[in-house]
Design a protein around this ligand. Sequence first.
Ligand code: ACO
Length: 438
Amino acid sequence: MPGNKDSLTITDNRTGKTYELPILYGTYPKYGAAINAMDLRRIKASDADFGLLSLDPSFMNTASCKSSITFIDGERGILRYRGYGIEELARKSSFLEVAYLILDGELPTKPQLEEWTTRVTYHTMMHESLKRLMDGFRCGTHPMGSFIGTVAALSTFYPESKNVRSKENRREQIVRLIAKMPTIAAFAYRHSVGRPYVYPDNTLDYTGNFMSMLWKMAESRYEVNPVLAKALDILFILHADHEQNCSANSMRSIGSSQVDPYSALAGAAAALFGPLHGGANEAVLRMLDEIGSKNKVPEFIAGVKSGSGRLMGFGHRVYKNYDPRAKVIKRLADEVFEVTGRNPKLDIALELERIALEDEYFIKRKLYPNVDFYSGLIYQAMGFPVEMFPVLFSIPRTVGWIAQWEEMLMDADQKIARPRQIYLGADTRDYVVMSKRG
Ligand code: ACO
């Protein structure tokens, strides 16, 4: 019998031997009880054996790290950064304040926030050579492609960034990254539509400056609409981190080789470019176009239930309740549409939600609107083309990527990420010379 109740007893039926593996707990035992996979290596069929591995394609049930940054309770629809609920942060904080919180663990005091904001504001410019590099992308190029390429190129401008063990050095690159993301994003957009670049205006705040770089034309100063700037700021807060998702995991994995943060972050952004990660809000807009009008919604829902497609923007691997970010975005949509005019697709979306939330199929499978259900409608109403959606996602998520990267570097348990495999290929074979093949 095991001596410790916080343990797992495993009997290997190949040998009859019994092993006791300690169970480790996080802050919330319901979501954070685990065994250490390395403990399985003690379990061997013979002394010559390598030891037992756990097989888990796609990390369906594997914790890759211990983290103190973000917590999600998918059953209850809870998302917290450093312990603070997302709804409250969206209501009371600014994006740069939340960025400070995510990176440092504490909300900034007034002087700390002022200093942080000043530092970020004075790093918004980019090197002229980097601008010329962006010019080299084909006209009409996808802005996310040129965004990823330009972020990767930053490492050539800041070669000292490879010194990832120095805290001071990391802090310098972190400020640069957060400051330059809107500039690179706006330049990628302007290049994709063939407009001249607009340089940062340091008298504007983070999102106001971004809007100016995106949309300023011949006027001497861009007039920022405060409602839209605030809405963008809130959307940035909602997208700042989401614990161990595909791109955060990419950032950690690439960064574990101790490469500079620009190269690692370009890889994380590339992961986000994939349609299964950053592309769902675009799919929602396409779906709404396809449905066409409110009275076609019942027919569309019937089609989804009979397996002809999915209700895009519904369901989530982790959330089995209303995504808390979707709640905030739904409220935000009304404020944005007051300024931009109502996106006509909203009525279709509201009808879809109303019918789906009353339908046994969706109730039984715990399918609720996720962050992407309403975000695309807002971005479209604000004037963003769908190609900009993953770029818009990458600007705030940069904060989460860097926080996850730094936490990984500081974690004494972490080494270069290198999973194992279960080999299913051929046994050793004699080499066949070309003339004897086939
Ligand atoms: N519409 C209709 N049925 C759905 C949907 C949906 N959107 N999502 C899941 N289901 C059904 C599945 O068919 C399955 O039914 P079954 O049990 O009868 O086979 C059941 O619900 C469970 O679905 P899974 O695919 O196992 O759920 P999983 O956790 O793997 O998928 C995912 C999550 C990919 C998000 C899925 O819900 C989906 O495809 N949603 C639509 C796309 C989307 O909105 N993606 C954005 C996610 S948020 C983000 O990435 C930022």
